[in-house]
Design a binder for this molecule. Structure first.
Ligand code: AMP
Length: 222
């Protein structure tokens, strides 16, 4: 934590010592906290969900293939997402936050082969709250900022505070798909908690409550 004292803007080279995974179920606040780590420390966010949604919007072959899994709340095949992250990571000179990757032990093992991770933050939130959060979530397609209709509403209805784009509801944020995603999380991603605990780099953080307090807990753990 000494690196933060009196200075929120770190030198690019210093940020390389922050290679962070945000772990946690869908809706646990990974995207929101990644945005704060970006604003505060200049860490680059790599969100596999955002990369895949962009491919879907652009109608690429990858997007068409990924959409069939995403619409059902399932996981896109490991080799596809591993390839995406590896390619993106090769271009980075800054520290980064991984949001939504890895999601399986196979992805975690592949990641360990091409980079070293320093911190894994596991955001803990119960299922009922996750369903409420996700069904009331609205997202910005351009700058990716995430809102909640009750707890973090945009200043102007349906408009992104940061960039002015029209907000949208993700097609996988309906209750049925959210329940499917939570099951997929429990079956495939939950084992990563133990995987990173054994490596001694996992910190559990209570993901309920005030966004800034959660961020302070994350910052204090780095
Ligand atoms: P997210 O925005 O992280 O909630 O991801 C949205 C959807 O994209 C997920 O429900 C999956 O279908 C797909 N996806 C994102 N990241 C991954 C990943 N690491 N592995 C497999 N599928 C993923």
């Amino acid at each position: 934590m000494d690196k933060f004292i009196n200075c929120n803007i770190l030198l690019l080279s210093d940020t390389m010592s922050f290679r962070i995974i945000l772990l946690g179920p869908p809706g646990s606040g990974k995207g929101t906290q990644a945005e704060k780590l970006n604003d505060d420390l200049g860490l680059i966010t790599l969100s596999t969900g955002d990369m895949l949604r962009e491919a879907v919007r652009n109608g690429t072959e990858l997007g068409k293939m990924a959409k069939s899994y995403m619409d059902k709340g399932g996981l896109v095949p490991d080799d596809v997402v591993i390839g995406l992250v590896k390619e993106k990571m090769a271009t980075l000179k800054e520290g980064f936050v991984l949001d939504g990757f890895p999601r399986t032990v196979q992805q975690a093992e592949a990641l360990g082969e091409f980079t070293e991770i320093h911190h894994v933050i596991n955001l803990d939130v119960d299922d009922d709250e996750l369903v409420s959060r996700l069904t009331k979530r609205r997202s910005c397609p351009d700058c990716k900022v995430v809102y909640h209709l009750l707890f973090k509403p945009p200043m102007k209805d349906g408009i992104c505070d940061k960039c002015g784009a029209a907000l949208y509801q993700r097609t996988d944020d309906t209750e049925e798909t959210v329940r499917a995603r939570l099951k997929v999380y429990r079956d495939n991603t939950f084992p990563l908690i133990e995987y990173y605990e054994k490596k001694g780099i996992l910190v559990n953080i209570d993901g309920r409550g005030n966004i800034n307090e959660i961020y302070e807990a994350i910052e204090a753990s780095l």
